[in-house]
Design a protein around this ligand. Structure first.
Ligand SMILES: *Cc1c(COP(=O)(O)O)cnc(C)c1O
Length: 220
């Protein structure tokens, strides 16, 4: 079942779009079914769950932390996390840098932007991102790397609204790329799109989709 659903999604998305299988709340057996079907990128939104799964499962899995990350929990994932999607403060970036340094590595991160209409606590706006990127403290960080942007559209049936929000994130990406990352080819990820809206996201320039329910079944 999982393999079939994965194949269906893979056949429908362009080759340049990376599929992250969002396995939060799902058992290791489900992850192994996806793994055996060739899936290597998995997304989790809770640190403890990701640590437990990392310990139990094959070490060539690339773990994406897609949910909000608390500063005091960075240390638990710093040795192995593949990409941190939801960076929304300089304080968090500084802690990621500090923990990455301990493990003698560079941790790739995405800046999360607040693009939805609904009230949420998380995500930067463009002005805040510019402040962050222009700060001397940011420029001194040697063990983090900003690889792109991430955002979530409003949970809505209104496809035009969702499309507008994704266009907005793409514009933010373009602007940051032109102003801050011109000579940095690693700044190339636009993480947007989930089960309900990944098709629209891809039409609007997504390069990385985070899909849970459509692969593993709805979460209970
Ligand atoms: C849960 C989650 C997803 C996947 O959602 P589905 O609707 O199950 O595809 C994607 N991104 C984030 C940040 C999530 O928390």
């Amino acid at each position: 079942m999982i393999k079939k659903r994965l194949d269906t999604i893979r056949e429908s998305i362009p080759a340049h779009v990376e599929l992250i299988a969002v396995s939060k709340t799902k058992p290791n057996a489900d992850i192994m079914e996806a793994y055996d079907a060739g899936q290597r990128h998995f997304g989790e939104n809770k640190v403890q769950e990701m640590v437990d799964k990392h310990e139990a499962l094959p070490k060539d899995i690339k773990w994406h932390l897609i949910g909000h990350l608390q500063t005091n929990k960075v240390k638990y994932i710093a040795s192995f996390v593949h990409l941190i999607h939801a960076v929304d403060s300089l304080k968090l970036l500084k802690e990621i840098n500090k923990q990455a340094l301990k493990h003698d590595r560079v941790i790739p991160c995405l800046l999360q932007f607040y693009i939805a209409e609904e009230e949420t606590k998380f995500g930067l706006d463009l002005k805040e991102a510019i402040e962050l990127l222009e700060s001397d403290e940011f420029k001194r960080l040697q063990n983090i790397q900003i690889d792109g942007v991430m955002g979530m559209a409003t949970f809505s049936d209104d496809n035009e609204q969702i499309r507008t929000e994704f266009k907005n994130l793409k514009n933010i990406f373009n602007r940051l790329e032109a102003d801050y990352f011109k000579s940095r080819p690693n700044f190339n990820i636009i993480s947007m799109g989930m089960s309900s809206d990944y098709k629209i996201a891809i039409e609007e320039g997504s390069t990385m989709i985070r899909v849970g329910g459509t692969i593993f079944g709805q979460r209970g």
